[in-house]
Ligand binder design. Sequence first.
Ligand code: HEM
Length: 439
Amino acid sequence: MSASSYASIPLVKGLPLVGNLPKFLRDPLANAESLAVHGNVVRSRTFFESVTLLGPDANQFVLHDSAGNFSNRGGWRYWIDAVFPGAIMAMDDPQHKHHRRIMQGAFKRPAMERYVHDMGPVIGVELDSWPAGTGRPMPVFPRLKSLTLNIAARVFMGMALGQEADRMNQAFIDTVNASLALVRRPLPPLSMWRGVRARRFLVRLMQAKLADKRASIGPDLFSQMCHAHGEDGERFSDDEVVNHMIFLMMAAHDTTTSALTTMLYCLARHPQWQERLRDEAHALAKPQLQLADLADLERTEWVMKEALRMYPPLTSIPRKAARDCEFGGYQIPKGTPVGISPIHTHHLPSLWTDPHAFDPERFSPARAEHRRHAFAYLPFGGGAHLCIGQHFADMEVKSVMHQLLRRFRFSVPAGYRMPYQLVPIAKPRDGLPILLQAL
Ligand code: HEM
């Protein structure tokens, strides 16, 4: 049977002029669920008309993409080209394969051991300044944001904390804000204008450090990127290193902050799990984690996975059809913007028991609900563009949690529910006020 035409794909019109945009921005899960009423292939308009493909088979079709049906460049360029030119996430093959092979060199085990080793003291210094026992709730989101920026300054750039790191962190925040700006032209004083200026600053900063980083291999990611090479000895040029570094900092920052925030929220609401994780942290009997310790943190792993299932930092993933293809009985012509929705798949009752409940044990070997389909669980995406920093994020989140749990007990008032925005990246609207008690 031949596939039905593009025009016959169900169209959800949404509101006049703005379409589904307000609903998507307010609640991407509810938006995807309202599309799913019409099937697993649905047209709608958010920023422009696109086709949403829903469910684990759709995720596999788009991300696994052995037929080369989809373009990352087409999906992402609108969002990232202005302030993150040359980003690997917006590359297609063969360029993507070439860059990915080299970049992988900076994420090998010996390098990872150094990164985790070097982030421990930064976390310790930062947590020293957290006010415990004041009896007043502290908005923890800005604290976590500053912590992940300082970790990046140290581990990505090899910088000591101080004025230079502070200036870089601010430039960095400006570029990230610009990538998410609704007005895409650099008009003063709007965020795209600030972002373009901040990018220039970051480029100059990195260029000034390049010769030094090239001269000898240091433990930081910047230096590792300068010396990374593929199997045939291919390396990045200076401009490529700079572009990749600026993008890596962006890809790592808000996502990891989001993961830490939602994990902390889940633990604050579920003190029995907090105690279990604290026991696990004390059982290690080490103030700071090393890479080899990660395997011993089984329950911490389940809780991190569950936080990322419920609140995936990237709720949807965009692509553009690079050729005519078919899915779910419909034709998708070349050039069609296509999106998949991890947050929707993460809440499907056909895959997950009581999907809205916080239940970390669903990831235990006995239940392994995430294994019910190869593309049931995808906070880090999948296929050729699978997050290259997945293990980095894992060790950063667990390192922070390890130290936090050993120092503080944290709580939210009974009945508190974090008001959060999920787009563009999951974060609390109220900064997530928590009460800290020193141990
Ligand atoms: C909890 C934290 C993180 C989450 C949830 C996350 C999520 C994702 C997702 C969903 C993608 C795939 C995008 C797509 O297919 O279009 C991705 C790609 C990427 N991520 Fe992450 N990420 C996280 C942390 C990090 C960190 C720490 C780094 C760097 C150290 C990083 C670097 C990248 C890069 C470079 C890509 C593009 C890979 C490629 O195109 O080949 N991410 N991330």
